[in-house]
Design a protein around this ligand. Structure first.
Ligand code: SAH
Ligand code: SF4
Length: 435
C-alpha cells in the first residue's frame, strides 16, 4: 500500500508542479519520506534517515532549497511533534491526506514552514488523484483502506483510520485504465481486504468475492491477486471464487500470527486455530496446490515456550509456501503495549530464529515440489543477476528466473521449472507463448 501511495504522490506532483522522479536525494528539490509505523524498528529508521538527509539543508541558497516532507503512518502518528526532533522538515502528512500535497507545496513555496495535515479528511483522496496511475504489467489497486479490527498489538486502525471500501464502479474504472496501459495482473489491496464491502451504482453491496468476479470480467485482466486477508472475515463465497474464477491466482495470504488459542485470544483476533485450519482445508479443496502465506508474531506478552511450540506445530501442519515473521514490538496507544508478562527481547529473538529456520526449510521444500512442473509466468523484467535472464512470477507468486529474449517482458509464458532455490525457482521456456 505504501508503494502504491508513493507512486500516486509522484503522479500527483507531476501533474501539479511538473516534478519528476530522480535517482538520488542529492538531485532532488523535494524529498518525501513515505513511512511505516507498524513496528518500532521501521519507525526509528525514519529518524536516522532524516539525520542523514539533514546535511542537504546546508546547500540552501536564497534561490534554492531542498524541501523535506514526511508522509505515511509515522507522519500521521507524530503530526507536529515530528518538528521537535526534525525542525528542518517542511511538511508532515498522513496516508489519507497526501492528495493535499500540491496545495501544501504551494504554501511552502510561498515561504510557509512546518506545515502539518493529519486530520482525516471528509473527502476521499481517490476522488482527487489523477485517474490513471503509472502502471507495470502487474498493477496494484486499493479497494479497501483502514481497519476496524483493533488487534491488540496493531497501530493500523490508528494510523490508516477506520475501515472504508471504495465503490465498485471506481475500482472497475481504475482496472480498465490499467489494462488499457498494458497491465495483465491486478492486485487488489486492503489492510483487511476480505472485509471489503463496496456498493455499485445501483447501490448493491459487493463483498470481495463478488468484486473479484466483476474485475475478472474487465477485458485484458489475466490474473487477480488480493492482500491481506483476515481469517475472521473469510467466507465460503471467497473460497468458491478460487474454484470458479480462472483469473484468480491460486495464492492466498491469510495471516494467523500464532498457533496458540490463548495468544490468539490475547491478540483479540476473533478466531481459534481450529477455525483457521478449517479455512485452510476448504481452500485446498477448492484449489488443490494453492500457495499459502502467513504472518507470525513471536514473543507476544504471555507467550510461553509451549505456546511457541504450538506455532511451530501449526507451521509444520499447514506447510506455508511463504511467511513473514516478527518479534512483538509494543506500539504506543495499543492495548498490548500495556500488557504484563512481557517476554524478554532475547527470548523473542531466539524464538524468531527458530521460527524462521522452519519457515525457510518448508518454503525450500515447497519450492522443490515445483521442479518438473510447467508454470504460467508473468514476465516482469530482466533478472537482477545473469545475462540474458528474465524474471517473473508464477501464479502462486513464486519468483522465477529463466533465459529468454527481452521481447517476452510483459507477456504470459509457460516455463518448465528446472531448479528450486530457497527463495526462488529457475526454469526454461516451455514453448507455448500465450501473448
Ligand atoms: N491486516 C493484516 C496485516 C497488517 S500489519 C492482518 O491482519 O494480518 C502486517 C503484519 O505486521 C501483521 O500481520 C503482523 O504480523 C505484523 N505486526 C503488526 N503489528 C505488529 C507489532 N506490534 N509487533 C510485531 N509485528 C506486528
Ligand atoms: Fe492490524 Fe490487521 Fe489486526 Fe487490522 S486486522 S488491526 S490491520 S493486524
Amino acid at each position: 500500500m505504501n508503494a502504491y501511495d508513493a507512486g500516486r504522490m509522484a503522479d500527483l506532483l507531476k501533474n501539479s508542479h511538473m516534478l519528476k522522479m530522480v535517482e538520488s536525494p542529492e538531485e532532488a528539490d523535494l524529498i518525501i519520506l513515505n513511512t511505516c509505523h507498524i513496528r518500532e524498528k521501521a519507525d526509528e529508521k525514519i529518524f536516522s534517515e532524516l539525520g542523514r538527509l539533514k546535511k542537504l539543508t546546508g546547500r540552501h541558497t536564497p534561490n534554492r532549497r531542498t524541501i523535506f516532507a514526511v508522509g505515511g503512518c509515522v507522519g500521521q502518528a507524530q503530526g507536529a511533534e515530528l518538528f521537535k526532533r526534525a525542525p528542518f522538515v517542511d511538511m508532515v502528512f498522513g496516508p489519507q491526506n497526501y492528495h493535499h500535497l500540491p496545495n501544501m507545496l504551494d504554501q511552502v513555496l510561498d515561504g510557509k514552514r512546518q506545515l502539518h495535515d493529519i486530520e482525516i479528511p471528509r473527502e476521499s483522496k481517490f476522488d482527487v488523484l489523477p485517474s490513471a496511475p503509472t502502471s507495470g504489467y502487474s498493477a496494484a489497486v486499493p479497494v479497501q483502506e483502514g481497519c476496524d479490527r483493533f488487534c491488540t498489538y496493531c497501530v493500523v486502525p490508528f494510523t490508516r483510520g477506520r475501515e472504508w471500501s471504495r465503490p465498485v464502479g471506481d475500482i472497475l474504472q481504475e482496472v480498465e485504465n490499467l489494462t488499457n496501459k498494458g497491465a495483465l495482473e491486478i492486485e487488489l489491496l486492503g489492510q483487511n481486504v476480505n472485509a471489503y464491502r463496496g456498493c455499485d451504482q445501483a447501490g448493491v453491496e459487493h463483498d470481495l468475492a463478488l468484486l473479484i468476479r466483476q474485475v475478472s470480467l474487465v477485458p485484458g485482466v489475466e490474473r487477480i491477486r488480493f492482500i491481506t486477508s483476515h481469517p475472521a472475515d473469510m467466507s465460503d463465497d471467497l473460497v468458491d471464487a478460487f474454484a470458479e474464477v480462472p483469473e484468480l491466482n491460486p495464492y492466498m495470504h491469510l495471516p494467523i500470527q500464532s498457533g496458540s488459542d490463548k495468544i490468539l485470544a490475547a491478540m483479540e483476533r476473533g478466531h481459534s486455530v481450529a477455525e483457521y485450519l478449517s479455512w485452510i482445508d476448504k481452500l485446498r479443496q477448492a484449489s488443490p496446490g494453492i500457495a499459502l502465506a502467513s504472518d507470525f508474531i513471536v514473543g507476544f506478552p504471555g507467550e510461553t515456550e509451549d505456546d511457541f511450540q504450538q506455532t511451530l506445530d501449526l507451521l509444520a501442519k499447514v506447510r506455508y509456501d511463504h511467511a513473514y515473521s516478527f518479534v512483538f514490538s509494543p506500539r504506543p496507544g495499543t492495548a498490548a503495549a500495556d500488557m504484563k508478562d512481557i517476554v524478554p527481547q532475547d527470548v523473542g529473538e531466539k524464538r524468531l530464529l527458530r521460527l524462521q529456520e522452519l519457515i525457510n526449510r518448508i518454503q525450500f521444500e515447497q519450492n522443490q515440489a515445483n521442479v518438473g512442473r510447467v508454470e504460467s509466468v508473468l514476465v516482469e523484467g530482466v533478472a537482477k543477476k545473469g545475462q540474458g535472464m528474465l524474471a517473473g512470477r508464477t501464479a502462486g507468486f513464486r519468483r522465477i528466473n529463466f533465459p529468454a529474449p527481452a521481447e517476452l517482458i510483459g507477456s504470459l509464458v509457460d516455463v518448465l521449472v528446472t531448479e528450486a532455490r530457497p527463495n526462488s525457482l529457475m526454469g526454461k521456456l516451455a514453448g507455448m507463448i500465450h501473448e
